[in-house]
Design a binder for this molecule. Structure first.
Ligand SMILES: [Zn+2]
Length: 277
């Protein structure tokens, strides 16, 4: 497997591979990671680091993968809060009381695609297999948010929601906010239907010419990463503080999991982030 990225490091620890944004590593008060296929115990189409429950992979394997991943990437297994993603723009503020939800505590009525906290040691977790992960950090107020943005979350503005909650409920200033976007399916591979494309033509403050091109096959290809970047910019986040991963999940399917590449019988990767003790 070849790996090359200008934007992300591939860290290997105890055979577990996880990605970190080079630019986010400059903020040591946070720990962040994006999982890869490497280092888990799952077999077959879930090989090997599958972090998805509710599939044909054995629950015991998935739990073991969480333990292995947390050990390697430096997260406390008991501190995880998992989303129950349904392509909404719902973002939930979480605290120490929520730690364990979705893993060691039940996940009742937890219909959210984004999590936010300012509490030390609470690990936010979202899931991805082409959809865009967005890591958001206020480096001054020490508030973090983690989002799952597929095309629905992107066009409906989950990124705007997050910045607005950070401003209104945590007193954040947009100029202090730093964001990492991806890895996700990139414009090289994200062909969409006319229906989906049409929804992207009227996003406030965004010129549609900046977020798509027409491929050789005559179909529209969308750039979800850049769409989210432009939405974050329109909320006041500085362009120089927004970093897009250069890894496309579909192009790198030997390392990353891609729904478009493999279909629905597959694992998922997780994004994780916490404020360190
Ligand atoms: Zn690609």
């Amino acid at each position: 497997m070849k790996f090359y990225s200008d934007k992300m490091n591939l860290n290997i620890k105890d055979a577990v591979g996880y990605l970190t944004f080079k630019e986010l590593e400059k903020y040591p008060f946070i720990n962040h990671a994006f999982s890869t296929r490497l280092g888990g115990v799952s077999k077959g189409p879930y090989k090997s680091m599958n972090l998805r429950f509710n599939c044909d992979d054995e629950r015991g394997n998935v739990l073991e993968n969480y333990k292995i991943f947390c050990n390697a990437a430096g997260f406390d297994y008991n501190s995880l809060v998992l989303t129950d993603q349904t392509h909404t723009c719902n973002i939930r503020k979480v605290t120490k009381q929520d730690m364990g939800i979705g893993l060691i505590k039940p996940q009742n009525k937890f219909d959210v695609d984004g999590l936010i906290t300012n509490e030390v040691g609470v690990t936010l977790v979202t899931f991805h297999a082409d959809c865009v992960p967005i890591f958001i950090i206020d480096k001054v107020k020490r508030v973090i948010a983690l989002l799952h943005a597929g095309w629905k979350g992107t066009v409906n503005g989950i990124a705007s929601n997050a910045i607005n909650i950070m401003k209104s409920e945590y007193g954040c200033n947009a100029e202090d906010i730093v964001c990492g976007i991806g890895p996700s399916i990139s414009k090289c591979c994200y062909e969409v239907s006319e229906d989906v494309f049409n929804k992207f033509t009227n996003i406030p403050n965004i010129n549609v010419e900046d977020i798509y091109y027409v491929g050789e096959n005559g179909k529209h290809f969308l750039d979800l990463n850049n769409t989210n970047k432009l939405i974050l910019k329109s909320e006041g986040v500085k362009e120089e503080n927004i970093f897009i991963s250069d890894l496309c999940t579909r192009c790198n399917h030997d390392l990353l999991i891609s729904h478009r590449k493999t279909g629905a019988i597959r694992g998922v990767m997780a994004a994780m982030m916490c404020i360190r003790d």
